[in-house]
Design a protein around this ligand. Sequence first.
Ligand SMILES: Nc1ncnc2c1ncn2[C@@H]1O[C@H](COP(=O)(O)OP(=O)(O)OP(=O)(O)O)[C@@H](O)[C@H]1O
Ligand SMILES: [Mg+2]
Length: 286
Amino acid sequence: MSVENHHDRRVHEEEGKRPTLEVRDLNIEFSRRRVWTSVVHDVSLKVMPGEIVGVIGESGSGKTLSALAALRLLPKQARVAKGSVMLGDVDVLAQSDKAMRDLRGNRMALIPQDAMQSLNPTMRVGLQVAEPISLHRGTPLKSVAAAAVKLLETVGITLPELRARAFPHQFSGGMQQRAMIAMGLALAPDLLIADEPTTALDVTVQAQVLKLLRDIRDASGTSILFITHDLGVVAELCDWVYVMRHGRIVEQGSVARIFTDPRQDYTQMLLAATPSLHSPLTKEAI
Ligand SMILES: Nc1ncnc2c1ncn2[C@@H]1O[C@H](COP(=O)(O)OP(=O)(O)OP(=O)(O)O)[C@@H](O)[C@H]1O
Ligand SMILES: [Mg+2]
């Protein structure tokens, strides 16, 4: 199995490949009672083409804000104080709002944590999944119905013609998350940003969704930035991982290196707190 070598960052770098996403020295401030406080400090990270990159860290460490900044979706109380975000050759922070709407979906898409909350309960799943195509092309929703069925099929939903006509509440949690992934894939973006997309799912369904994401990467070369607080998920899915704490990246490395030779106390503590990972064979065994 050469999957790991295939996505070895050093190989990409030697070949001079441009990252799909490169965040440099990102500083994010939050406003509390009209006082701006720094919450993300000098975060630099990148995702190479076809790479699955994990961002791991405890609650409040700045994972979500960093990802939202890359998508230019920060909440109103937050702002980028410093830094740059490059999506391929596009300077994200310099884009107009209109250009950003075009980039989102088209070049990068967000898969949110809670699919049920993100789906519109009154709209048939197929139409929702294909809505980005219709919006992007300016064509009626009806005309992209076939594309919706194809997308549902891609994410492993059985009887896709039938399911396309269903409403979200008729889907299980795992199917709803698959539908969100299908929507993210609608415009074939270079980058998927997934913020804890499997937290709400039970372990078996979670494993299926992770496999789906890896299959998508293998089939289409989509880069994935995967945010989680679960080191087990990182072991299963990711090629490279950034460890965040208190708004900073404290360690980064290939998943193999982080698991065999964690250098920071904090990373060692995370590993120690994940008992199932103590065997160095874990990654091979999956
Ligand atoms: N709505 C908010 N109001 C005030 N401060 C906030 C708010 N959201 C985030 N912050 C600040 O930003 C920091 C980073 O938050 P962020 O949501 O990025 O963390 P996270 O790593 O995604 O955590 P989690 O694992 O819980 O999702 C928090 O510790 C907090 O200080
Ligand atoms: Mg978060």
